[in-house]
Design a protein around this ligand. Structure first.
Ligand code: F6P
Length: 359
């Protein structure tokens, strides 16, 4: 193995640069050259790649985002092109294979979440050697206990809850924090426990208005006039109502979630004689420097991905299981997301502590 390439796809997340650095350093020690692909699969289709060197990767370990750029729109199997002034979608997978061959690239490391890894798995099916690295703040990939970026997002959400607590207490208000996570409640669950939330609302447990109200009233009866609620963007009511910010037709993710925090604030103000405020944490959870945990995990993943390539363990993804880095089949990762089980240990812990999950 002489030459490989690395790309970052999907939404960015803290720790991407740490993986890129570890990939470069491990490969460099083994005498392997590494191309960095610009802007995810778009860079592969358009042959927008350049060789990484020690200067590119110097100082990037603590830096948020990705030095390679990313996109969550460009699927090479359904690639948007303009022909005769019209938008058409083309299968550019053969173009990708051609571009890789032209540069003598023998294997590809794909750092991404479910959408990106699904495309990676389809490219691997065409016979190109691929190893995946699990990335997402949502922690919703199966076969791994952790995706890098999650720990940072939880830390940011926890700090937000700490800050909301002091202002909630001063003003005797109900403060609601809306966090990301798509259809998984991992960020809400972990930050809710770490930040001492009174209610944690996650997509996996539909909530009833009465349950939230009962919890707030109970606290009021005990003389605690404030409450803090953390709600995942994908949380839904018992009637199955999701809060949709926008329908986006030209994106793989058709539904842009958002707005549940405001809805809860509005509803609770109507139903209870208490002032409510909602905060949407949004992309603050994705930006900035990774935590030490994410830097370590990202570094382990980057190193393991290169070693998987050296050992010819293709069509795999590096994963964390029992705190060990292992390889799992790429095909087993795509499809069904890893969601919070209602019997999860942290749910039990939360219930024992009197936290309401809205059910
Ligand atoms: O998957 C990561 C994530 O941040 C989700 O938690 C969120 O729903 C989504 O991406 C937001 O995507 P975008 O950056 O396209 O708004």
């Amino acid at each position: 193995m002489k030459t490989i390439a690395v790309l970052t796809g999907g939404g960015d997340c803290p720790g991407l640069n740490a993986v890129i650095r570890a990939v470069y350093k491990t490969a460099h020690s083994a005498g392997i050259a590494v191309y960095g692909v610009k802007n995810g699969f778009k860079g592969l289709v358009e042959d927008d790649l350049s060789l990484l060197d020690s200067e590119n990767v110097s100082g990037i370990l603590p830096r948020g985002g990705t030095i390679l750029g990313t996109t969550n729109r460009d699927n090479p199997f359904r690639y948007q092109c303009i022909e005769h002034g019209k938008i058409v979608y083309k299968d550019m997978s053969q173009q990708i294979l051609f571009n890789l061959k032209q540069r003598d690239i023998e294997a590809l490391i794909v750092i991404g979440g479910d959408g990106t890894l699904k495309i990676a798995s389809e490219i691997a099916d065409l016979g190109f050697p691929i190893v995946g690295v699990p990335k997402t703040i949502d922690n919703d990939l199966p076969k791994t206990e952790r995706t890098f970026g999650f720990d940072t997002a939880v830390s940011i959400a926890t700090e937000a809850l700490d800050r909301l607590h002091t202002t909630a207490e001063s003003h005797h208000r109900v403060m609601i924090l809306e966090v990301m996570g798509r259809y998984a409640g991992w960020i809400a669950l972990h930050s809710g426990i770490a930040g001492g939330a009174d209610c944690i609302l996650i997509p996996e447990i539909s909530f009833k208005w009465d349950s939230i109200i009962d919890k707030i009233k109970l606290r009021q009866q005990k003389g605690t006039l404030f409450s803090v609620i953390v709600v995942a963007e994908g949380a839904k009511t018992i009637n199955g109502e999701l809060s949709v910010a926008k329908i986006v037709n030209n994106s793989p993710e058709k539904i842009r979630l958002g707005g549940i925090g405001n809805k809860i604030a509005h509803e609770l103000e109507n139903l209870l004689a208490v002032e409510c405020r909602s905060t949407v944490l949004g992309h603050l959870q994705r930006g900035g420097s990774p935590t030490a945990f994410d830097r370590v995990l990202a570094t382990r993943y980057g190193e393991a991905a290169v070693n998987a390539i050296i050992n010819k363990k293709f069509k795999t993804m590096v994963a964390l299981q029992n705190n060990e880095i292992v390889l799992v089949n790429l095909i087993d990762v795509v499809g069904a997301p890893y969601l919070v089980s209602v019997t999860h240990d942290l749910i039990k812990t939360g219930r024992s502590l009197g936290i309401s999950f809205g059910d």
